[in-house]
Design a protein around this ligand. Structure first.
Ligand code: FPP
Length: 236
């Protein structure tokens, strides 16, 4: 049985779902928020320790102002509806990404949720919000260089470098699920996904469900993880 401590999800397909249902794109994001709520509660019940979700990338600013503004309002919609339930389920909220460019009122809602849930010990719901992996790695390298110059550190290896990433202290990502059938990483967790298993499903994020998550986990459990070592069960 493969351990599943950290699940990461690229929640793709909100726009396509909206189009299929003859609705504005924003309706796809709204439905996506409801799905995120139920997957969070379910993942916590399954004993998963950390759920990192790609909610807004550093490239998503290129979308229309209307859509960007709507996505910036999603934390308010999500937390005002579900903070009570998150507390009842012992869920702790975190964020990774560049906070500086996020509108102050959106950041306040997120920081309030982080503060309210800070002593919870269940699942960590980690929002990648204004997140880009290349940006994260460059920032980490800059911070390391600064610490080196100031004599705070004098050596760099894979483990110590991880401590400069936004995900410092979180368990290794075991499984990445991407909904909406595209086979790409879209600048998500490039360093952290080195040995993760990938599952891509056709299901669009607003149609994702506990049952589809079960299927993804069953697929993950069928994989033989060898972290770059040799698989002794193969003949050559
Ligand atoms: C990608 O679908 C989805 C997003 C850019 C936004 C995802 C956000 C959520 C599901 C909710 C996050 C919740 C909070 C509280 C912030 P797309 O629009 O790229 O879909 P498409 O590929 O079909 O166009």
């Amino acid at each position: 049985m493969n351990t599943l401590n950290h699940l990461a999800i690229i929640m793709d397909g909100n726009g396509r779902w909206a189009k299929l249902n003859k609705l504005p794109r924003t309706a796809g994001h709204y439905k996506g928020v409801e799905v995120l709520r139920s997957i969070t509660i379910y993942a916590n019940k399954l004993g998963i320790k950390c759920l990192t979700v790609y909610a807004f990338s550093t490239e998503n600013w290129k979308r229309s102002a209307e859509e960007v503004n709507y996505i910036m309002s999603l934390p308010k919609i999500f937390f005002s509806s579900y903070i009570k339930e998150l507390m009842e389920n012992n869920v702790k909220v975190m964020i990774i990404g560049d906070r500086d460019k996020i509108p102050a009122e959106t950041m306040k809602v997120i920081d309030d949720a982080i503060d309210t849930t800070k002593n919870n010990t269940g699942l960590i719901l980690n929002f990648a919000f204004n997140y880009g992996a290349r940006d994260e790695i460059v920032k980490a390298a800059k911070k390391y260089a600064e610490d080196y110059k100031n004599g705070i550190v004098n050596d760099l290896d894979e483990e110590s470098f991880s401590n400069y990433l936004y995900t410092a202290g979180l368990p290794e990502v075991d499984l990445l699920i991407r909904t909406g059938s595209e086979m790409r990483l879209s600048n998500f967790l490039l360093y952290q996904l080195a040995y993760s298993e990938f599952v891509v499903v056709d299901t669009l994020w607003p149609d994702f469900s506990n049952e589809v998550l079960d299927e993804c986990i069953a697929e993950y459990q069928s994989r033989k993880r060898n972290f770059g070592g040799r698989d002794e069960t193969k003949s050559n």
